[in-house]
Design a binder for this molecule. Structure first.
Ligand SMILES: [Fe+2]
Length: 242
């Protein structure tokens, strides 16, 4: 274990096809029963477009997300998705803006299960959304969030390519105690389209024993992740924004 890991964990007491990257600015869900989370983010996204915007997001545990359809569509269609809106999910208190632009979050020589998550971002008509920005954050394999280091471990942001595709690599997050029970492994996700925050949610793993008791999980957010011969999980998940 590296010194930085120790420092971080001590501080925590209580990111398919080639994917274009964007430049954006980033649970102890332990407190979600009583907590109101407020975050103010200034984001600059650069992909095939350059834009600057200031966005303010205020989320509570009840997770009321404003969804404004400002999608940019390509000419492709996807006929394998029913285009049912992806459920939102609580943001939790561990979101940090300005995460590094990177699709590989497995950078710290931690022991864990490698996982690749890939898919598309689609609109209500099943049309892929290009240049959508996906922010990713999750606990390390031991269940701790990096809230202090300059590395911003297990945090990143990527953008969909012209076909609406995304992909990132990381390690399966650890479960962590939330009040009196453990939360299942989960990956936090926030999606922006045309400078508008469109979805805040979490992705879960189908084989997690804590899925059945988690108060926040939604069935449509549980990924199917077959394990390759080399032990890597490969998850496919399409987000539908309506
Ligand atoms: Fe969390």
């Amino acid at each position: 274990m590296k010194t930085s890991d120790l420092t971080r964990r001590q501080a925590i007491t209580a990111g398919v096809a080639t994917v274009a990257v964007a430049i954006l600015p980033g649970c102890d869900d332990k407190q979600v029963d009583t907590e109101t989370n407020t975050s103010t983010d200034t984001q600059t996204a650069t992909n095939t477009q350059t834009a600057t915007n200031t966005q303010t997001a205020t989320d509570t545990e009840d997770e009321t997300n404003t969804k404004t359809n400002t999608a940019t569509n390509t000419d492709e269609t996807t006929d394998t998705n029913d285009c049912t809106s992806t459920s939102d999910n609580i943001e939790g208190p561990f979101y940090i803006s300005d995460a590094p632009v990177r699709s590989n979050l497995d950078l710290y020589n931690d022991d864990g299960v490698p996982v690749t998550v890939s898919g598309k971002i689609l609109d209500a008509a099943c049309l892929p959304i290009a240049n959508a920005v996906i922010e990713i954050w999750h606990a390390d394999p031991e269940g701790a969030y990096d809230l202090t280091s300059d590395e911003m471990q297990y945090r990143g942001q990527i953008a969909t390519n012209a076909s609406g595709e995304y992909s990132f690599q990381t390690l399966v997050p650890g479960q962590y105690l939330n009040g009196s029970q453990y939360r299942p492994a989960h990956i936090h996700i926030k999606i922006w389209v045309n400078k508008t925050q469109r979805l805040t949610t979490q992705l879960y793993f189908e084989d997690d024993p804590y899925n059945d008791i988690d108060p926040f999980i939604e069935d449509d957010l549980i990924m199917t992740c077959p394990t390759d011969k080399d032990g890597t999980k490969t998850c496919q998940f399409d987000f539908v924004l309506t």
